[in-house]
Design a protein. Sequence first.
Lengths: 205, 205
Amino acid sequence: MSAGRAPAQRAKAPDKRRLILDAAVRVFARQGFHACRVSDIADEAGVAYGLVYHYFASKDEVLDTLFLERWRVMLELIREVDANAIPVRDKLGAIASFIIDSYRHDPDLMKVIIVEVTRAANSFGNTHIGTIREAYDLIGGMIVEAQDDGVFKVEIESRFAAMAFYGAIEQLLTGWIFDLLPQDDEYFERAKWLVVETVCGGLEA
Amino acid sequence: MSAGRAPAQRAKAPDKRRLILDAAVRVFARQGFHACRVSDIADEAGVAYGLVYHYFASKDEVLDTLFLERWRVMLELIREVDANAIPVRDKLGAIASFIIDSYRHDPDLMKVIIVEVTRAANSFGNTHIGTIREAYDLIGGMIVEAQDDGVFKVEIESRFAAMAFYGAIEQLLTGWIFDLLPQDDEYFERAKWLVVETVCGGLEA
DNA sequence: GGACTCATTGACTGACCAGTCAATCTACTC
DNA sequence: GAGTAGATTGACTGGTCAGTCAATGAGTCC
């Protein structure tokens, strides 16, 4: 807890909290949040059952932590991209790149976040809808800006366009998660281009 | 079970099996499949707990039935549309229309199917991936045909295009499910047009 | 009206699992 | 080396709930 203690902890012992989070990602990805037991997480992490409850108040909090950690990074990226004075196409391309690279780098984590949170309308999705929405709103803002600049058609409402754009990306990840699409570097790169090409092609004036 | 008995049943008693399925839709939509109890479904339907197990082998089978019933109708629609000699844009438009109208007509059912099945990679989604995939493949086939005719660019692989198209639609439904987008008739119609316009705009040669 | 079949009821059980807690260990301080 | 605080352990508990089943009801056929 104290600021001075944390570095000392990390220096000597393996960070058990992190160990538990990483194990949880693998277990959630493999079995799903509902189907797995807390003991599965503890076993996967190689720690005692009770230690999970030393670091987290509940099973839910483990998933909340994973989601918030990752989503915060994504929101930062989007804000950063948005601050640059570059064409919308590049902005949307950077977002698509980031999400697809996130999947490429840690497919299990992205699978968990998408399957268990952003699409779980009756559980975690509902809890975090405010945070999720921030991303849609930021993307929507970029589209409004592009419309004001005359780059995008004004007939397509920004909120719809943002949903369609984000939805297309998430569905590609879903395709990879379900193993319906090939997962190699060439395809990941192609997918980035495809999403931007398709959606921007349809939105441009 | 027997062919002669079914109509007699339906004629006199309210069809309890249907009553249970309809109640399940409302309960699953409200609480989610995992969070609800079988007794919630029985209560909602106004029947005894045990009757659910008279008609269905398990809680899972109730959801399976709901999904398969609906998805069969959608596959039929897609095949029917595909058989017509009309432009791709119209074919894809008909599919978008059908899905969006399905939501408009029975939002709870579509919410359940999307949230609990087509996006549930670790449970029902996995069980039904073959059936779900049929839809993607049919849409992919339409896109290939359009590419052969020179209407769509060949650079964008059909599987990717199909996922992007279907993903954009599903995300619109998700927007409605999460109450992030307005839900009135004008918006539903606008959404049909938007999806087709956006995706076809990006795919056309 | 007796015999049969299927529909319907709801109390009960057996398994499962999230979360608790008291005990033990480890490391650091004075 | 005694004292303290946090880390770690895992057996245990309490509640929940899917699925079972024996009993009862209702309709049909002869």
